[in-house]
Ligand binder design. Structure first.
Ligand SMILES: NC(=O)C1=CN([C@@H]2O[C@H](COP(=O)(O)OP(=O)(O)OC[C@H]3O[C@@H](n4cnc5c(N)ncnc54)[C@H](O)[C@@H]3O)[C@@H](O)[C@H]2O)C=CC1
Ligand SMILES: O=C([O-])CC(=O)C(=O)O
Length: 339
């Protein structure tokens, strides 16, 4: 039995605390997010094998990372011909492949290019590691996740419990901004962020922070607006050279590590993520971000939320049409994409 199989068996038998080693692939590993995310994964105990895939540039990233003295081994893969080998046996696939925004663009403007990229990578996942957890960073997340779902369905291996849109950056930002406003420690703050990942579809629940806050309504509104537009804040500050990369890498690393901790048998892992779920379907939305409980099989349930405040309910009602449209657009593309 291989070393990683033995470690996984140990985790299965002992539950929390067992240290397994997993195989993780980053697709888009040479990019602005891909490189720092790969660095963080190289320094993560639960990652035994790190596979770097991109259309170009992963040999250099691999050579560089492989000199870091950690237990994680790194391999590089370039171009479609090497995708299957990269994905074989992966437990977790993280996808930051695709183009980022420039000032003046919306995330939806990226659909034209990124939809096809995500669809073809999802097809690769279906062919080579259909059981893997798949975490999609590529924008527009509101549509790229439904695209991947449709492709996986057509390939006969869609498991809604294992497909995630990564919305952790919204939580990371909300934690930072709210902690600053409340004079609390940012590492201790937890703000659930639900909905989608663009503009007003991002719905931070400032009425449900932990620790609780006593922010006045005008500050709640200002913070909500800042969280919803924080991506644009970075796009404008970077002035045409891209969007958030370093904070995104940190947020994606947090999400990836939570997935691996869950896969390793740890109990009580909860992260906000954009997933398919029946609660959202009852609201006319097939996909929705909310706090999900993770275990070895993926999403095992949803962490309870208290009812929304009047302000949050009003924001929810005003964005659900736009989110539903983003979802439909992704589903239609995924259904008609040439596999
Ligand atoms: N979910 C979120 O919260 C966030 C999402 N993003 C999104 O992440 C994506 C990537 O952003 P950056 O890393 O800044 O862009 P980047 O342009 O620096 O890197 C993207 C990488 O993807 C690669 N790529 C393109 N087509 C590919 C394919 N078919 N297969 C594999 N790799 C491919 C490129 O060669 C490049 O190395 C963008 O769509 C961006 O909007 C960015 C920040 C936050
Ligand atoms: O704003 C963008 O284009 C990138 C992104 O999704 C974010 O930073 O939240």
């Amino acid at each position: 039995m291989s070393e990683s199989r033995i470690a996984k068996l140990a985790a299965h038998l002992t539950g929390f605390g067992a240290k397994a080693g997993f195989r993780v692939a980053v697709l888009g590993a040479s990019g602005g997010i891909g490189q720092p995310l790969s660095l963080l994964l190289k320094k993560t105990n639960l990652v035994r094998e790190l596979h770097l895939y991109d259309v170009k540039g992963t040999k250099g990233v691999m050579a560089d990372l492989s000199h870091i003295n950690t237990y994680t081994t790194v391999r590089s893969f370039e171009g479609n011909a090497e995708l299957a080998e990269c994905l074989k046996g992966c437990d977790l696939v993280v996808i930051p492949a695709g183009v980022p925004r420039k000032p003046g663009m919306t995330r939806d403007d990226l659909f034209k290019i990124n939809a096809g990229i995500v669809a073809s990578l999802a097809a690769g996942v279906a062919d080579s590691c259909p059981e893997a957890f798949v975490a999609i960073i590529s924008n527009p997340v509101n549509s790229t996740v439904p695209i991947a779902a449709e492709v996986l369905k057509r390939k006969g291996c869609y498991n809604p419990a294992k497909l995630f849109g990564v919305t952790s950056l919204d939580v990371v930002r909300a934690n930072t901004f709210v902690a600053e406003a409340c004079n609390q420690k940012p590492e201790k703050m937890n703000v659930p962020v639900i909905g989608g990942h663009s503009g007003n579809t991002i719905l931070p629940l400032l009425s449900q922070t932990s620790p609780k806050n006593a922010l006045p309504m005008d500050q709640v509104k200002a913070l909500t607006n800042r969280i919803q537009n924080a991506g644009t804040e970075v796009v404008e500050a970077k002035a045409g050279t891209g969007s958030a990369t370093l904070s995104m890498a940190a947020a994606a690393h947090r999400f990836a590590e939570s997935c691996l901790r869950a896969l390793n048998g740890e109990f009580g892992v909860v992260e906000c993520a954009y997933v398919e779920n029946s609660e959202a379907i009852s609201q006319g939305l097939a996909f929705f971000a909310l706090p999900v409980r993770l275990n070895k099989t993926g999403v095992s349930g949803f962490a309870p939320l208290t009812p929304l405040s009047d302000y949050e309910a009003q924001l929810f009602n005003s964005m659900k049409g736009a989110l539903a449209g983003n979802i439909r657009k992704g589903q239609e593309f995924g259904r008609s994409f040439t596999l």
